[in-house]
Design a binder for this molecule. Structure first.
Ligand code: GDP
Ligand code: MG
Length: 699
């Protein structure tokens, strides 16, 4: 059987045993009528409480419940709540002066601090443990220390500890204080007393005292594992109680709420009706009590209480299963057994789950590198992985398994194509925008300036080159700007990928960042040189082996007839449509020398056909240049640059790598947190394993 099975089986056994022990009839104590059978709690008559339970049976029950309760208390002490594991807890809530402390005192048989306003200013975890020795043993646990105390000094000691935790003023704190009471005759119970709810801050209390207290109370009563012990004064109308409103917010049906009605002696009228009408949905029932008054001893108080409920004309009518501190104690012990047995399997599961997930998280964390060799290996690994990632996303456009699926900036080939297309458009535009002159005027001026002695029907090549050079000059800035933009983009991609790969090593990150920046600056410089060279080449000569040039020129020249007709026939409209130019005004050309004009037309068509070739060549060359540069960068230059940067810094040498790979404080903290948490969970697991062992042995 697995541990879960064992524990839940043990829980069921416990539950059955609890029923037998407490009722003798295997039924809910609320329905028990014989008060002899519900008065139990202790088997030692000298403790002053009525005894009725068959001692061996009671003993056997306590033997069963103790290890479970101890285990839960140990888990509480280990602070498993920090790991998000809730423990079954009885939480005492109530409005101010409803009698919370008095009820706890009655259960523990000790004096807690009393006073005006709030004296419970921190959660007080009260651990009551049955004890064989007639000498009680009391101590406080807080801030990691154990402070022994005794019956007469306990109140003082609590006040002292509270001041230490929450300050001397009237403020409150969420840090709990644990009080352990080992005493004859007390029930085995662990409860948490919380500050009383107060609407109006008294002098010296913070303005938001209500919110602060509500927050603490909510934190304790919210978990399903908490039993709410709602302390109500018989002197008030229950529906108006703030504590009722709070518990109803987290436990609407009241299935985990038990009500204790105090001060029964002060307001006996109508109490029976109040608890039977149950206007406020108390699922676990009511217990009416009369606490210690004045200087009575606890023994006297119990005797007074018993006789009050026995003899008072109104109070004696209330069913005996609903009155008295011993009944309350017994109910609480039973509820506690039930809830612990119900919760333990879940706690075991949660401990295991948490432990496993923490262990695997720790194993996924980078190793703490303690030697140069380890650091070197890790460094090579980082470089290797970075290269592989960059090859994928920059060169091949594979980004599926990297963390960049949804980041469009990182879909590099697509972005580069977009940039190139945009560059081609811009190149086209920057060439067009500049020609503001009227049709052919520029060409004719150039022809005029380059004319030489010779036959008129030869197109001077110099003229063509002048026009070409002018055009190339006009666009020469665009490729330079484009290169700068592309390299800036590539730099962001490089940084993103590299930073990701060395995210655990902040020093390596900054060195890598510097290296990348230097490297991209170098690449940019090389590209600028390359672009300038391309510009120079285009300016130097006109040349292409593309057949497109000839065919384009031919198509354009086919329109010369239309042009000439308009030039010669003055009756025709002066706006003509030439393909590749759109609608053009040509009226200004009519008076010109027809030789020059026709040559200008021819030249315009040649340059137009050739310009297409030039622009295409620019874009193609740039694209190829970029591809080659990026490839060299990823495969060769990057690694070299990073190593050079690292070796050059901090005196150089391989030990630099080790220093660079020192983990960040946040990683170190995370590792520490995980290790701590794993230790705690392992201890908790040990605690639970011990119970399972005991259960198995007992069986
Ligand atoms: P807390 O603020 O809820 O902790 O309330 P306390 O336990 O300090 O009680 C408030 C006052 O009510 C104290 O003066 C107690 O003595 C008194 N008190 C509590 N329970 C009873 C009771 O059953 N009968 C009577 N007569 N007084 C009680
Ligand atoms: Mg109190």
């Amino acid at each position: 059987m697995d541990s879960r099975g064992k524990i839940s089986e043990a829980g069921q056994q416990l539950q059955q045993q609890a029923d037998v022990v407490f009722n003798g009839k295997n039924c809910n104590p609320a329905s028990a009528t014989n008060n002899q059978q519900v008065f139990l709690v202790v088997e030692e008559p000298e403790a002053g409480l009525p005894v009725s339970v068959h001692p061996p049976l009671m003993f056997s029950f306590n033997e069963r419940i103790r290890p479970l309760l101890d285990a839960v208390d140990k888990l509480r002490h280990l602070k498993v709540a920090q790991e998000g594991i809730q423990l079954p807890t009885i939480v005492v809530v109530g409005d101010q002066s409803s009698g919370k402390s008095s009820v706890l005192e009655s259960l523990a048989g000790i004096s807690l601090p009393r006073g005006q306003g709030i004296c419970t200013r921190v959660p007080l975890i009260m651990r009551l443990q049955r004890h064989q020795d007639p000498q009680p043993e009391l101590h406080l646990e807080y801030h990691g220390k154990v402070v022994p105390t005794d019956d007469t000094h306990i109140a003082e000691a609590i006040v002292f500890a509270t001041n230490e935790i929450a300050g001397n003023g009237k403020g409150i704190s969420n840090t709990p204080l644990t009080l352990v009471v080992k005493k004859r005759g007390v029930p085995d119970l662990t409860m948490v007393d919380l500050p009383g709810i107060t609407r109006v801050p008294v002098h010296g209390q913070p303005e938001d005292i209500y919110e602060q207290i509500s927050e603490i109370i909510m934190e304790y009563i919210k978990p399903e594992e908490s039993i709410i012990l709602n302390v109500l004064s018989a002197t008030v109308d229950f529906p108006t109680c703030e504590s009722i409103r709070m518990s109803q917010r987290v436990d609407k049906t009241g299935e985990r709420t038990l009500a204790v009605v105090t001060k029964a002696d002060k307001a006996p009228e109508g109490l029976l009706e109040k608890v039977t009408a149950d206007d406020v949905n108390i699922g676990l029932g009511y217990v009416c009590v009369r606490n210690r008054i004045g200087e009575e001893s606890y023994e006297e108080a119990r005797v007074e209480e018993a006789s009050l409920f026995q003899t008072h004309p109104l109070l004696s009518k209330i069913d005996k299963s609903l009155v008295g501190v011993p009944v309350l104690a017994q109910k609480l012990v039973q509820i506690q057994a039930t809830i612990i047995s119900k919760c333990l399997p879940d706690i075991v599961r949660k401990i295991n789950e948490k432990l496993n997930s923490n262990i695997s998280e720790l194993s996924r964390m980078p190793q703490n590198l303690s030697s140069v060799t380890e650091a070197m290996t890790e460094f090579m690994r980082i470089i290797g992985f970075s290269k592989e990632s960059l090859r994928k996303i920059l060169l091949r456009g594979q980004f599926e398994e990297l963390p960049y699926q949804d980041d469009e900036r990182m879909h590099c080939p697509a972005r580069l194509v977009e940039m190139l297309n945009q560059f081609a458009d811009e190149l086209q535009k920057s060439a067009e925008n500049k020609s503001t002159e009227k049709f052919l005027v520029d060409e004719m001026r150039v022809l005029d300036e380059t004319k030489g002695i010779g036959l008129p029907n030869f197109l001077p090549r110099t003229a063509f080159l002048v026009i070409l050079q002018k055009k190339v000059k006009e666009i020469s800035k665009t490729p330079v700007d484009f290169m700068a933009e592309v390299w800036d983009y590539i730099e962001t991609v490089l940084i993103t990928v590299l930073m990701n790969h060395c995210e655990n090593y902040p020093q390596l990150q900054s060195a890598t960042r510097r290296a990348t920046h230097n490297l991209v600056a170098k690449m940019k410089h090389k590209s600028f040189e390359r672009v300038m060279e391309m510009v120079e080449m285009e300016r130097l000569a006109d040349c292409t082996c593309s057949t497109e040039y000839m065919s384009d020129w031919g198509k354009l020249m086919a329109q010369q007839n239309v042009f000439m007709e308009v030039m010669n026939d003055h009756s025709k409209p002066t706006i003509i449509t030439i393909e590749g130019f759109g609608e053009i005004e040509v009226g200004h050309l009519r008076g010109h020398n027809s030789d020059v004009r026709d040559q200008a037309f021819d030249m315009k068509m040649r340059i137009t056909a050739y310009w297409k070739v030039v622009l295409k060549r620019f874009v193609d060359n740039m694209a190829l240049h970029l591809l080659l540069s990026v490839q060299n960068l990823v495969n060769r230059d990057m690694e070299e640059e990073i190593v050079t940067e690292l070796m050059g810094s901090q005196g150089g040498g391989p030990s630099v790598i080790q220093r660079m790979l020192e983990e960040s404080p946040s990683t170190a903290k995370k590792r520490e947190r995980l290790n701590k948490s794993i230790k705690l969970l392992k201890e908790s697991k040990e605690v639970v394993a011990q119970i399972i062992d005991r259960i198995t042995v007992d069986d």
